[in-house]
Design a protein around this ligand. Structure first.
Ligand code: GUN
Length: 280
């Protein structure tokens, strides 16, 4: 049977390390504060925002929660971001996505001070990652690198295939694997003969957003499989983009859903909040 990569345990260890770091900073009189903005009441977003606030409380980071009505205008949201940019007591600013359709997401992300961009979504953060300079890194792909490293999985020199090219996961994932000296291929909905490409992967990162799409025909014997998806299946059970029961027997290591990649996103957000103080 494969190694089950335990995201719950690894994220717990990271959060405990950060808790100690935050205590040390507090002893020096340094407090960390994260502002979290949610517009509207999308139920999934409310769960994510709740998890972020809980993690802040556990680690000792102050959180400011802004729950704005769905009809909030672009100007009102930009004004709030501007106000938080100017506040010396606010270290990190996170605008939960997706935003309501009448709001221009790109413009809101660009309005966040890059020194407070703990999501790593600002074009300056993405550019810094691309050219190997310091800056905030998108939390989910950064968490996947931690999962691999802390599970003793070598990246350097190995064939890494990423399925999905989103700005939040696929693209930064490819850049991070490249930074770790992997040989990286990015595939997407227009890739021809996807199975032929994914079967080359020593490390396969799946972020396509389609429940249980990846079966064993896509996976080389002994590959490491990382599943970013989260869905409910026909029995209302949580599942990923990978058909776990079908794939697990042929791979060397795999992330479960839930308890794999999911908990790492919040842990890396907390890591970025601690980093924000060091950057500022
Ligand atoms: N929506 C889904 N994932 C994320 C995330 O990592 N950050 C923000 N701000 N919104 C999201």
């Amino acid at each position: 049977m494969p190694q089950i990569i335990d995201g719950k345990a690894i994220s717990g260890a990271i959060k405990d390390e950060l808790k100690n770091k935050v205590e040390e900073l507090k002893a020096e009189g340094i407090h960390i504060c994260l502002a979290v903005i949610q517009v509207g009441s999308d139920p999934a977003s409310s769960v994510y925002v709740g998890n972020k606030k809980k993690a802040c409380a556990y680690i000792g980071i102050d959180s400011l929660a802004y729950e704005l009505p769905a009809e909030t205008t672009q100007e009102e949201l930009l004004a709030l971001v501007g106000e938080l940019n100017a506040r010396k007591d606010v270290n990190g600013i996170l605008v939960q996505l997706p935003l309501p359709k009448h709001i221009n997401e790109d413009e809101v992300i660009r309005a966040i001070d890059p020194r407070k961009d703990v999501d790593g979504f600002h074009p300056q953060s993405v550019g810094a990652l691309c050219i190997g300079q310091p800056g905030f890194v998108s939390c989910t792909p950064a968490g996947i690198i931690q999962l691999l490293k802390r599970s003793g999985i070598e990246i350097a020199g190995r064939e890494c295939v990423v399925i999905g090219r989103s700005n939040i996961v696929g693209k930064p994932m490819a850049l991070l694997l490249l930074r770790e000296n992997g040989t990286v291929t990015v595939t997407h909905s227009r890739t021809k003969d996807l199975k032929e490409v994914t079967r080359r992967a020593d490390i396969l990162v799946v972020a396509i957003g389609r429940p249980k799409m990846i079966t064993r025909e896509y996976v080389k014997e002994g590959a490491v499989v990382i599943d970013v998806g989260i869905h409910r299946d026909e029995n209302n059970k949580l599942c990923g983009d990978v058909d776990y029961d079908d794939v697990a027997p042929v791979c060397s290591a795999i992330t479960p859903v839930p308890g794999g990649v999911g908990p790492m996103t919040v842990a890396m957000l907390m890591y970025n909040c601690v980093e924000s103080v060091l950057l500022q």
